[in-house]
Design a protein around this ligand. Structure first.
Ligand code: C2E
Ligand code: MG
Ligand code: MG
Ligand code: MG
Length: 293
């Protein structure tokens, strides 16, 4: 049912085969087996310039190609992977794979094609005393320059105490860029930005949903626009880049551009796709650029 690989290299999965079902199957043991069996894959969602539609980066997103269930999305197994600690080896796989792939793109398409590749890191990984050295090793082994790697963390992960904070500062000092993911959904977004060495804030999809609606009494849209505006003003004041998440329509692009957003991510711009899909996109982008030159 779930597996569906489109011609363009899109990979979709069907939601809702969720934890209640998989819990019966001793999800922890299943995940362990899946790791040993090489059943995890990384797909990449482009991050795009809102003015030109040029791809400037990607976010790595993990998928589980289950032998009988098809493609399972991270929402259905990341929580269990965190509980069981298997997120540590799984996260290491995503890290190494993403660095390797980003270095290959750099090699094939040159330094201007893709500025950066990001991946998600959970609190459990940041607590692992080996995490920082594993990142350093993944960069060294792949040859990817540190400034081309983005690590996305959520506010709740950042708030997990001094050990996590130390790891984040070490990563920052190494020249790795840190992004605050799902920004605005946590409880202390603003105070967090002072203490946390963020380079990028990702405006959560919940503030993008409905941001384009203007019916003359746009109370709901107004509230979202107010948050989106506050976030970009804050980001500018602090010298941070912004990415608007979950963009699903051209009207949202217009509304976000009017607010000053220059980078976005979402199904309307590009869906998560295989590495080959990204390669084709970059090749096409370079061909177009050559024609225009
Ligand atoms: P996230 O980091 O906020 O990633 C963005 C999610 O939004 C992705 O879902 C992406 O497919 C989805 N998305 C992108 N554009 C749109 C859109 O226009 N509309 C809608 N409705 N959704 C959109 P995905 O791949 O299911 O990942 C869900 C979450 O799972 C991620 O949220 C992230 O928190 C976590 N995750 C994914 N991969 C990893 C991983 O390798 N490690 C860890 N620790 N967490 C991961
Ligand atoms: Mg993310
Ligand atoms: Mg996000
Ligand atoms: Mg999100």
């Amino acid at each position: 049912t779930a597996k569906q690989q489109g011609k363009a290299g899109f990979v979709r999965y069907v939601d809702g085969m969720g934890e209640p079902v998989l819990a019966h199957m001793q999800l922890g043991a299943e995940l362990r087996r899946a790791l040993d069996n090489d059943e995890f894959r990384v797909v990449y969602q482009p991050i795009v310039r809102l003015d030109s539609n040029r791809v400037i980066g990607v976010e790595a997103l993990v998928r589980w190609h289950h032998p009988s269930r098809g493609v399972v999305g991270p929402g259905d197994f990341i929580p269990a992977a965190e509980r069981t600690g298997l997120i540590v080896p799984l996260g290491r796989f995503v890290l190494r794979e993403t660095c390797r792939q980003a270095a290959a793109w750099l090699d094939e398409f040159g330094p201007d094609a893709l500025k950066e590749a990001g991946l998600n890191v959970s609190a459990r990984q940041l607590h692992d005393p080996d995490f920082v050295s594993e990142v350093a090793k993944a960069l060294a082994d792949s040859g990817l320059p540190c400034e081309r790697l983005v690590l996305e963390v959520t506010e709740s992960a950042v708030l997990r105490g001094p050990q996590v904070s130390r790891a984040l500062h070490e990563l920052d000092h190494m020249g790795i860029r840190l992004a605050l993911d799902d920004f605005g959904t946590g409880e202390s977004s603003l105070s967090l930005l002072r203490a946390f060495p963020a380079a990028i804030v990702k405006l959560d999809k919940s503030f993008v949903d409905g941001i384009e609606i203007d019916d003359g009494h746009p109370a709901a849209a107004d509230a979202r626009q107010a948050v989106a505006r506050a976030v970009i003003q804050l980001a500018h004041a602090l010298g941070l880049d912004t990415v608007a998440e979950g963009i699903e329509s051209p009207e949202q692009v217009t509304a976000l551009r009017e607010l000053g957003y220059t980078l976005g991510q979402g199904f309307h711009l590009a869906e998560p796709m295989t590495a080959d899909g990204v390669s084709r996109l970059l090749a096409r982008q370079q061909a177009v650029a050559r024609l225009q030159a």
